[in-house]
Design a protein around this ligand. Structure first.
Ligand code: GLA
Length: 381
């Protein structure tokens, strides 16, 4: 009798497992190997509205976001490739990756911390960009663990960057967690610890076109940036250390404005168009509190994207380096056909410690770096 009861229980339990597997919101598939032979995986997270987010363990990369338009029609609104070769090719302009250990530029590829100079790889003229060369965070394979809890689901990626990797001091343990809820909000939570003083600035480098990745332009998208000021740059795109007002410039997006309306006024400047860090108006928000930094609207499809963050800055990059290379499904990604909205500390903070109004980027042993960015998708009628 007892034996029968135990068998029935096991049977019922296994039925339960089959049922939960059938309705699991995160699936996992192989995505080939990197050129160094490291296997990578893609995780697909689905919410109850049918919104889907795809995440690649190479670079803890956001490689797909299927969201509905005003008629409920899904389109994938971020850039990416169908295979590993695409991600490892020159056509990959950091599409959707976790960027670091220091996202954005560090002047002359070096910085001094506690009196010691650290040399980094100069991969952008004389400067260091997006964490360096072959072992920047976008190129290494992270450990992905899918989760489903309390009505949300997602993937937690973990990676430990060894002391001295790409020239950065300290062994740095990092986590990047992507969480999708049923309000079509994708939250990215970053955290890191280091065993030596170091500098850090992690971000996500997704390229968005709300008409669907591969649509010809984002010039018609309306952008709002909650920023009265920006950080001007020199000829090599290094911040000058000044905070300048956007008032009266093509960088004033304090009210919804078509991206293409004034972009040509910037084409002959060093940024070649929009490629600026904005100082987010945080008002009375406390440290760690989210504020709305940006809102992007595609009037054609009605799709909207609201970016919320606890970070002080947001880089708005308008795709000036895109050249029509082919991405997912053979679609081409032309000049200025997507934009990145990268939440972060200000560029070149390692060389601007102590400059008035500038941001802190130093992580010391015993401290924890945290950063939250929410990409909230919606529709406008
Ligand atoms: C950024 C930079 C741009 C460019 C892109 C990658 O966001 O600000 O200048 O390097 O990344 O192509």
């Amino acid at each position: 009798m007892r034996r029968f009861a135990l068998q029935s229980l096991l049977f019922i339990a296994s039925l339960g497992m089959i049922a939960s597997a059938a309705f699991a919101k995160v699936t996992e598939t192989d995505f080939g190997k990197t050129k160094d032979g490291v296997p990578a995986k893609v995780f697909e997270v689905t919410n109850k509205n049918g919104m889907k987010v795809r995440l690649l363990s190479r670079g803890a990369t956001l490689i797909g976001v299927d969201v509905p338009d005003r008629d409920g029609k899904l389109a994938d609104v971020v850039f990416g490739f169908d295979d590993m070769a695409g991600y490892e090719s020159k056509a990959n302009g950091y599409f959707g990756c976790t960027t670091g250990r220091y996202a954005n530029r560090i002047a002359k590829a070096k910085f001094t911390l506690d009196g010691k100079e650290y040399k980094l790889f100069a991969n952008d003229g004389p400067n260091h960009l997006h964490g360096g060369d072959g072992e920047s965070l976008d190129k290494v394979v992270w450990d992905g663990t899918p989760f489903e809890k309390d009505g949300v689901s997602g993937v937690e990626f973990a990676y430990t960057s060894p002391d001295g990797q790409e020239g950065y001091p300290g062994k740095q343990e990092m986590k990047v967690t992507f969480t999708l809820n049923d309000k079509n909000e994708l939250t990215i939570d970053y955290s890191a610890k280091s065993d030596k003083p170091t500098v850090i600035n992690l971000t996500n480098h997704a390229y968005f076109n709300l008409g669907g990745a591969g649509s010809p332009t984002i010039n018609d998208h309306l952008l709002t940036l909650n920023a009265d000021r920006y950080t001007p740059v020199d000829e090599t795109l290094i911040t000058t250390g000044k905070l300048a007002p956007v008032d009266g410039t093509p960088l004033d997006f304090r009210t919804p404005t078509a991206i293409g309306k004034r972009v040509d006024q910037l084409t002959k400047t060093s940024t070649l168009g929009y490629d600026h860090n904005f100082v987010i108006n945080r008002g009375d928000a406390k440290q760690g509190e989210l504020v709305e930094a940006a809102r992007l609207v595609d009037p054609q499809s009605g799709r909207t994207l609201t970016v919320m963050t606890d970070q002080p800055g947001i880089q708005f990059y308008g795709g000036n380096f895109l050249k029509g290379d082919k991405g997912k499904g053979g679609k081409s990604y032309p000049y200025r056909s997507a934009c990145a909205l990268e939440t972060q500390v200000f560029p070149d903070s390692p060389n601007k410690q102590g400059v008035e109004g500038w941001t802190d980027c130093v992580l010391r042993p015993g401290e924890e770096y945290t950063h939250t960015c929410v990409y909230a998708f919606g529709v406008e009628k």
